[in-house]
Structures are given as C-alpha cells and as structure tokens.
Design a protein around this ligand. Structure first.
Ligand SMILES: [Fe+2]
Ligand SMILES: [Fe+2]
Length: 365
C-alpha cells in the first residue's frame, strides 16, 4: 500500500485498488479494495481529495502503520469541523465542550497506550478542510511531544485541548483573506495576526471556567517566537509558556507539510530540516530536537531516489533510525525496472548509500 497523489493515477496503464476507505465530510466515498477507474478519480478530484492510499503492483506487501486509525481521524476532524462551524455561523455560545474534551481524551488514550513511539504525520488532506485537519494534526503532534517530555495525563490533556483550539480565532477572520492565493497586504496580514487574541478572548469570555489557563495561553501565545519576533506580545524565551512553545513548533511543521493555495507541501524530511534550521532562533531548540526525533521521515510506500541514482520504495522503518528505512529497489542505477526481482536494501546496513530525495512518482527525477 502507498499514499499517492490522485493526479498521478493512470488507470489505463496500471491497476490500482483503494488501500484505505475514503471518506468525505464523514461520509464513506469508496470502500477499501475497490478497483479505481477514471470516474472515481474525477469524483475524488472534484471533492478536493488529492491524496489516497492505494495498493498497486509496486506497493504490494507494504503495510502502512497508522497510530491513530483512519476512522478515528475522520471522526475527530468532523467534530472539530462541526464545532468551528457553530462559531462561524455566529452562534457563539454553542461550543460543546463535552464533545471536544471527549475527542481529546480519545486521542490521548490511543497515543498513551501506543508503545511504538514513532510519529507518522497524517498526510490525508482535503483542500477545503485545511483548518480542521491542521488543528487535529497539531493536537496529535503536540501530544506526541508531551509524551516524549514525560508529561502526566492532566498536563497532556491541557496541551492537547489548547492545541486543538489554537487557531479557533481564525473562524473570526475573513475567509477571503485566509484563503488568498497571493501575497497578503500589510492590512490583511494584520487582520490574520489578530487570530490568537480573537481566539483567546472568545474562549476567555465564553468558556473561561471550562478551560484551563494553560490551554488558553496556548491559543494566545502560539505565534510568539523564542527570539521575541513573534506576535501578539513579542514575548521571548522562557517568557512563553512551554506548552505554547511546543504548539508553535507543531503549528509551523504542519503548515509546511500541507498543500496551500499559494504553495505546495514540503515533504516531511524537508519540513523537518527546515524546522531544525529555524529551531535555534524561532523555537525552543531543546523541544525542536525532541519534536523531530521520532517523526517518520520517509513513510512506508514513499518513492525515493538513492544517492547512487537508483529509485526505490520505502518498505519498512528502522525504528531507531527513522531516516534510514528498508527500501525495495524499483529501478537500478542504469534505469532498468527491477521491482519484480524483490531486491531489498536495508539502509542501516548499506552505510554509504543514503536517500537523496523523495519523488512524486517513479517517473520523476
Ligand atoms: Fe495560528
Ligand atoms: Fe495554526
């Protein structure tokens, strides 16, 4: 199985089967094992679904490890979407904190009981659902980091709730500005940068007693930077709550790994390098190192180019060296297709070989 951009699916030439059931707005669109055809692909594209899991010839035998079951992610995203939409429609005092807290607890329970502490970034995105998927992903990666920092459950719950709601203030910002494909004007930027305060105010005024100070401060401080060049209050260093420092890393990381109207998503390993390079100035560098330490850099099913020019597909992870997985050779360095030969390379064993980059598909260079 592998994750694929639907725009690269050619059903005339190859056979593809749905690897994991596909949902849209919480409704089942395609069941797993269904053979894909052109009309299905068109339907997916029309609904803004760009990435799906498929089983095809080159990805046969590859399993995708998901820490949180797909159905749970779909469910959690729907909760966030429904709750945020209540605010968008102007029914301010309508957030159901019980449902939100239950969602947070469920995510926590799954991640705490997960013994394999490596983090598979969720890359299933729908164009129109950016804010909800982003909120969910940020919450999940914050929980991971909190677990690595050995937080107890109460603190994790506060971290996760604040992270889930960190961008709630964006529901008060003009969507035309939020989704603008070109560069924002200074005025527009100022509008967007109001969202931490708008979100904090909204929660403080309406749900002040139901949400802890720490969670609220995550909403207010998630755009503050270690070097004091963030907003809204130009706080710096340890003057920023630790939980907000975690959220600010998770926030930027998730934004980088998503396709946006104004730029394409960065592959996970590139976003990781980027966060690392920003780390010293903009973030709490100690937390950056912890945050990045357990992220799976090249997921199972990713097509990659090796340093000798050959191409391969990531077969399984080496849990203690997440940038050197076991890969299966697809094309040798002379350009011959060899996937049928089942040649496996363990990049921990092959010490002089490394992954040069991730490819969109087997034909790209
Ligand atoms: Fe934000
Ligand atoms: Fe955000």
């Amino acid at each position: 199985m592998r994750l694929i951009n639907v725009n690269y699916i050619d059903t005339e030439k190859y056979e593809y089967y749905v690897g994991k059931a596909i949902y849209n707005d919480g409704v089942l669109l395609l069941q797993d094992n269904v053979k894909l055809n052109d009309s299905y692909i068109k339907q997916l594209i029309s609904k803004g679904i760009n990435y799906i899991y498929v089983v095809d010839e080159i990805s046969e035998g590859i399993e995708i490890n998901e820490t949180i079951p797909n159905e749970k992610l779909v469910e959690a995203k729907q909760v966030i979407k429904d709750q945020f939409n209540i605010i968008k429609k102007g029914k301010n005092i309508g957030l159901n904190m019980n449902i939100i807290n239950n969602t947070v607890s469920e995510l926590l329970d799954i991640l705490i009981s997960n013994r394999d502490i490596s983090y598979n970034v969720n890359q299933l995105r729908t164009v129109d659902d950016y804010l909800y998927e982003h909120s969910l992903n940020v919450a999940v990666s914050c929980i991971y980091t909190g677990i690595l920092l050995k937080y107890d459950k109460t603190k994790l719950q506060k971290l996760a709730l604040g992270a889930l709601l960190h961008d709630i203030g964006k529901t008060f910002v003009d969507p035309n500005i939020l989704n603008k494909p070109s560069k924002l004007t200074i005025e527009e930027r100022k509008e967007v940068e109001k969202h931490p305060e708008l979100g904090y105010r909204f929660i403080y005024d309406n749900y002040g007693n139901e949400i802890s100070t720490l969670s609220k401060q995550i909403i207010l401080q998630h755009h503050e930077k270690w070097n004091g060049k963030g907003y809204p209050n130009q706080l710096s260093g340890e003057g920023i709550y630790e939980l907000a420092r975690i959220c600010s890393i998770a926030d930027v990381f998730d934004a980088l790994t998503a396709d946006r109207v104004y730029r394409k998503a960065m592959p996970i390993y590139v976003a990781s390098e980027y966060i690392y390079s920003l780390g010293y100035n903009e973030f709490d560098f100690e937390i950056v190192k912890i945050f990045l330490s357990r992220i799976v850099k090249f997921k199972e099913g990713s097509i990659i180019k090796l340093s000798d020019g050959s191409k391969a597909i990531v077969y399984s992870q080496n849990k203690h060296m997440l940038d050197r997985p076991v890969v299966k050779l697809l094309q040798d360095k002379e350009g011959r297709f060899v996937s049928h030969k089942n040649i496996f390379i363990d990049l921990i064993e092959e010490k002089t070989l490394f992954i040069e980059r991730q490819l969109e598909n087997i034909f790209s260079n």
